[in-house]
Design a protein around this ligand. Sequence first.
Ligand SMILES: Cc1cc2nc3c(=O)[nH]c(=O)nc-3n(C[C@H](O)[C@H](O)[C@H](O)COP(=O)(O)O)c2cc1C
Ligand SMILES: [Fe+2]
Ligand SMILES: [Fe+2]
Length: 393
Amino acid sequence: MKPVEVAENIYWVGAIDWDERDFHNFEIDRGATYNAYLILDDKIALVDTVKHKFYGEMMERIKKLIDPSQIDYIIANHVETDHSGSLADIKRVAKDAVVVCTKRGMEGISKHFNTNGWDFNVVKSGDELKLGKKTLMFLEMTMLHWPDSMATYVKEDELLLSNDAFGQHIASEERFDEEIGVEEAIRRAKIYYANILMPFGNLIIKKLKEIESLQIPIRMIAPSHGVIWRNPERIINAYKEWAEFKTEDKVVIVYDTMWHSTEKLARALADGAASAGAKVRMFHIRKDPWAAIMTEILDAKAIAVGSPTMHNTVFPPVAGFLAYMKGLKPKNKIGMAFGSYGWGGGAVKEINRVFEELKFEVVEPLQVRFRPTGEELEAAFNAGARLGEMVKG
Ligand SMILES: Cc1cc2nc3c(=O)[nH]c(=O)nc-3n(C[C@H](O)[C@H](O)[C@H](O)COP(=O)(O)O)c2cc1C
Ligand SMILES: [Fe+2]
Ligand SMILES: [Fe+2]
């Protein structure tokens, strides 16, 4: 349980969650880390804490460096309990530590913990806190991804402690992007972005411009999950592309099925789209992780969603997925609904309703009664080919 030096007198003292696989329904195939950072100067600051379950692990790391009762400031960049979860416990040890957070941060923390007698320092963008040689500057990150979120910039080290922004879910012994491979770090950051930050693209574009206009050099970005970016320009550029919904010539086909008719349509659509030269990704709603599906949707031009009709509407797992997708608000997409029904139908109408709410360009849906015939499968292939041509054009 060793701390890891990130910059001179700045240490990672977080925790590694090796076996978590479900992060509030976001499937994390290789666990997660909760990153907390300890800054040693005339005054000592702990930036963020860890999930409550890992309080002991964080304390072991802190104790290798200092007596935890010496902590002067606890910077709470974010109220969500994967970062604030150990706040009350550490406050019991570092009794006089001042909690530094935004106004909404203070409100949220007070709803999570009994904060009677706690000393808060409420900060806003541009406020500074001198620790000795080092100066912290705070940057509100409103709605990235909660109203209370903020980032902490260490001026002298040109280090941005960005909290959830730029994070990735992966449990690893490696602490830096190059150590797991920058490409792998970007790939994991994309999954994180697609499932946590996708709805906030416009705010991200604005925030990145604001950071640029501040002209603060950024040598490293240390998020609250995953590895630390020694190549900050790589992840900043990736965020720009994701926030703008830059697309590939790709059709994502997402479906579920009870008796395989909708599945036959999905396969014919996939063959058709591929025949037109489009990249195709196909997912089964109950078998594939939704986090992986949303990651492919982020930069796809077209999405085809298929469902059988059950009790006049979509199959319930498809309804769940549609609710998840709707919340993440993918933009600038072509949408195609398809499915098999037995009598009155209803699934395709419901899928189209969601596409319309998301302002997708909705194309002619594809519906068949019970099992698709050879002719109907050919029609599905042709519909897939048209979709493929649309994304290529
Ligand atoms: C429990 C259940 C409820 C159904 N409800 C409807 C319905 O309300 N309207 C309809 O048109 N078909 C309904 N169907 C028929 C299916 O939509 C039909 O069998 C379809 O071909 C299934 O497609 P799949 O093979 O992709 O699962 C229902 C089927 C089941 C098993
Ligand atoms: Fe969060
Ligand atoms: Fe988080």
